[in-house]
Design a protein around this ligand. Structure first.
Ligand SMILES: Nc1ncnc2c1ncn2[C@@H]1O[C@H](COP(=O)(O)OP(=O)(O)OP(=O)(O)O)[C@@H](O)[C@H]1O
Ligand SMILES: [Mg+2]
Length: 835
């Protein structure tokens, strides 16, 4: 029909009607009219929940039923290759992040649903009004299922038609080039479009049975993972734009049934979708219709691929072989390429020939609909960037939005993964972004971060943000005076804290205090403060020393009066080491460095006392208390307390109550507590961890769990991980998504009951800031010390590394070996030899 050259490509439209009830109807030359809706497929890719595919199926079954006979739905899923370009970050490291991803190609998906009413050549205002009313019902139905379906207005419809016509959803601007109809494809400039029909209607070759989705079985770890029947469309190589055109025509039921019954008796030769069915097929169809109340529909599916001419063949081969793997033999007929191409124009299904359709039930047809969509940025004022599964930055809100929509009830997080799986690296990425808000010219949020670490994992980030890094040493222990409080501050919670502290000093973390002991200490604390506040006693200054002296008088008094026994000598002896002249005399008697309260970034590094049974828990407790004091002080700040392995020191029954209190208080003061751990043994079977930490952490972050695979049921039950979430968790680092990306690891983040997997991929500058590998850290430090500022150091490091042309690993080695920056050597003319 459209011969090469000179033929004018006539658009098949009469025009676009003015708006009626928010809808703009597009009229084709046959008088059919339709509306284009923009919506999203409801099943997010890799969401692992097979029931969602069924829900989709049910939803569209209902759409078809509401529409009824004489309507057509044309769903168009449009894939396009785009280039990432976001570069509006204000912060140094975030700018590097932008640069890292700048220019990266990715696949985008947009979905449109064109609903058309066949006019049969008759036009009446009433039929348009009826149609609009029905559309209202359809958008309502979508709305109720949580899908926003927006109808395109006149300008948008016009642009949509142009984009389809030029097969161009991958670029901003649209240029309409001439279309040339060649034998196997339509050509436009240096590009080619090819249409691949899913079904060759001359010989319907489809699998015996189709389900709403497929299950993966390509890798052990991914076995049973649900994916879309048409999921391969996301992975087509070398394409520019692909339109997956899915058409279902709801035909008049009575006549087609009669026809089928007739045909069962006698094969007729007139072209007709029903012609391709043999007797058994007809029997099966009629049975479905009769028994399961199924609708008979005509359907047509084609994938139109556009690519540069040199790539079109490989892109199409991929589509055909992927279809073949599912038992679908794509149509080899290519004689009507331009005709087929025209039929992907919205509302132009009238041009599909009767032989392009095949007859089946709505249920079967819907199995071929694309049901998946891609993850989208979360709309929020507090966004943090990780990447999606294909390696493109994705903005999520780990704090406010999920609270607003009741997905979570607190911001606390629990992070679990084996050693080296990237927990600290992930935390660095999170905290860097938390703190970037502080450096904005007009900060929307202010953020305070306190970290308790035992392995120097945050030293780079702390230097970058010029925070306070406090390393515990014997000469310079972390001190505080938990006893010094004003009368207003003295309340039941403070008293409980002091009771916990004194019990801990006495019995260590593993011990317990009896009821009598607890009551005696508690009474002593009350008496200590009332004597001080009433100025009746001898206490001059609130501190551990004066409390100790007071207790040694008061406790025998109580024992006498109440006639109870109490190990007073043991108490006196054990606590003496914290008293004047004792080994830890400063620990609880010197005020905390009050500048900590106004610091935004504080790291307490307590590696040196990790093995110290007495000090480790006490110091951890002290730091937590400093955090609580700071919280009350900085009411306008968001706050995060990150506790790496140190939580172990406090996860004892003695401190369970305190941890609960901490978690509760943190929530009330706009804060969050994050516990990071690798120790399975410590968390499984530990009631305190479960009751206080896990139950109060609505967000769970898991790094690669393959190492834990053997005891996964225990972890699953501890963290209440259901089967679907488990499937997602085992896709961490398992997809073939490394091509064209920097080194990265994935993390699963469950907010509330469901989670997603994200990539933690960062720029080289960020990598150097976050790395926890000792030799890497020291090489970076050599640069950052030599170049004055941290940023200058990083810049110089990256510059020299690039200039050196050696691998990153060997660059680290060379820097460490020399102990000074390699700049001079690299600048010298014979640097290669020198290196
Ligand atoms: N997302 C990532 N991208 C690139 N490299 C990573 C990533 N995550 C981790 N690494 C590399 O792995 C190293 C170890 O990671 P990390 O220190 O975060 O492990 P961890 O889970 O905290 O281990 P541990 O329990 O021993 O503290 C990092 O120094 C870094 O080199
Ligand atoms: Mg770590």
């Amino acid at each position: 029909m459209f011969k090469k050259k000179k033929n004018e490509f006539k658009l098949p439209y009469l025009g676009i009607e003015n708006e009626i009830n928010g809808f703009h109807c597009l009229f084709n030359l046959k008088g059919d009219f339709g509306v284009i809706l923009k919506l999203d497929n409801p099943v997010i890719q890799f969401s692992a929940d097979s029931s969602k595919y069924d829900t989709f199926h049910q939803l569209y079954t209902n759409v078809i039923k509401i529409l009824g006979e004489g309507h057509l739905i044309q769903k168009q899923d449009i894939f396009s290759r785009k280039v990432y370009s976001e570069n509006n970050s204000k912060e140094y490291l975030q700018k590097k992040y932008d640069e890292h991803f700048q220019g990266r190609e990715y696949t985008d998906l947009k979905t449109f649903l064109v609903i058309t009413k066949r006019s049969k050549g008759r036009y009446s205002e009433k039929s348009v009004n009826d149609f609009i009313q029905t559309l209202g019902k359809i958008t309502d139905l979508f709305e109720r299922t949580g899908i926003k379906a927006e109808s395109l207005n006149r300008i948008q419809t016009d642009r949509y038609v142009k984009r389809i016509l030029s097969m161009n959803f991958h670029q901003e601007g649209i240029v309409l080039d001439n279309l040339l109809s060649e034998e196997t494809q339509v050509e436009s400039g240096d590009r080619a479009f090819r249409s691949i029909s899913l079904v060759d209607t001359d010989k319907v070759e489809l699998p015996e049975q189709v389900k709403t989705h497929l299950e993966r079985n390509d890798k052990d770890s991914l076995k049973g993972f649900p994916i879309d029947n048409m999921g391969f469309l996301f992975d087509i190589p070398n394409f520019e734009t692909v339109v997956y055109n899915q058409i279902i025509e709801i035909i008049e039921q009575r006549p087609i049934q009669t026809k089928l019954e007739l045909k069962r008796k006698r094969h007729s030769g007139i072209p007709d979708p029903a012609n391709n069915l043999c007797v058994e097929d007809i029997d099966r169809l009629l049975e479905d219709v009769a028994r399961h109340n199924q609708l008979l529909v005509n359907c047509h599916f084609n994938v139109v691929v556009s690519a540069k001419k040199k790539h079109i063949q490989s892109a199409c081969n991929y589509v055909e072989s992927s279809l073949f793997q599912q038992g679908i033999v794509a149509n080899k007929n290519s004689y009507n390429q331009l005709e087929l191409f025209r039929t992907i124009l919205p509302c132009n299904t009238a041009e599909l020939k009767v032989y392009d359709y095949f007859l089946t039930t709505a249920d079967a047809a819907l199995c071929f609909f694309l049901k998946e969509s891609l993850n989208k940025d979360e709309e929020s004022g507090f966004q943090i960037r990780f990447t999606d599964r294909q390696g493109i930055p994705l903005k999520i809100d780990p704090a406010d939005l999920p609270m607003q929509i009741n997905r979570i009830n607190n911001r606390n997080k629990f992070v679990l993964g084996p050693s080296g799986s990237g927990k600290s690296f992930f935390m660095n990425a999170l905290i860097e972004q938390y703190c970037m808000w502080n450096n904005r010219p007009d900060p929307k949020w202010l953020m305070d971060v306190v970290i308790v670490d035992t392995g120097h994992s945050y030293s780079g980030l702390c230097q970058y943000y010029q925070g306070k890094y406090i390393t515990y040493t014997e000469e310079k222990p972390i001190t505080t005076n938990p006893f010094a409080i004003s009368e207003e501050e003295y309340n039941i919670e403070k008293k409980d804290y002091l009771l916990t502290l004194v019990s801990l000093l006495w019995k260590t973390a593993e011990g317990t205090v009896s009821q009598v002991e607890a009551d005696v200490i508690s009474n002593t604390i009350s008496a200590y403060y009332s004597s001080y506040f009433s100025e009746e006693g001898e206490t001059k200054r609130l501190c551990f020393n004066s409390f100790y002296e007071f207790a040694l008088d008061k406790i025998p008094e109580i024992m006498d009066k109440e006639r109870i026994s109490f190990e007073i000598d043991e108490f006196r002896f054990v606590l003496k080491k914290f008293y004047k002249g004792g080994e830890f005399e400063n620990l609880l008697n010197e005020e905390v460095d009050s500048s900590l309260f106004t610091e935004s970034f504080v790291v307490f590094e307590i590696d040196s006392i990790k093995e110290h049974k007495v000090l480790f828990p006490i110091v951890t407790l002290i730091i937590m208390d400093v955090f609580i004091q700071k919280m009350r002080f900085r009411t306008k700040y968001r706050k995060a307390l990150i506790i790496e392995e140190a939580w172990k020191a406090i996860a004892s029954p003695l401190m369970a109550g305190y941890i609960l209190y901490l978690y509760k208080t943190v929530r009330k003061f706009w804060g969050e507590a994050i516990v990071v751990t690798q120790e399975l043994g410590d968390i499984i079977g530990n009631e305190v961890v479960k009751e206080s930490i896990i139950n109060n952490s609505d967000t769970i972050c898991l790094l690669d769990q393959t190492k834990f695979k053997d005891n996964y049921s225990q972890i699953a039950s501890l963290l209440s991980i259901n089967e679907n979430e488990r499937k997602k968790i085992f896709t961490i680092n398992q997809l073939d998504n490394q091509d064209g990306r920097g080194r990265f690891k994935e993390v699963y983040i469950r907010r509330g009951s469901t989670g997603e997997v994200y990539g933690v991929e960062v720029s080289l500058h960020q990598y150097l800031t976050y790395t926890t590998e000792k030799p890497e850290k020291s090489a970076v430090e050599i640069y950052t010390n030599a170049f004055g500022g941290y940023q200058d150091g990083l810049d110089a490091f990256v510059e020299d590394f690039k200039e050196s042309k050696v691998s990153l690993h060997s660059f680290f080695e060379k820097v460490n070996k020399r102990g000074i920056p390699l700049r001079e050597i690299i600048m010298s003319t014979n640097y290669r030899i020198a290196l």
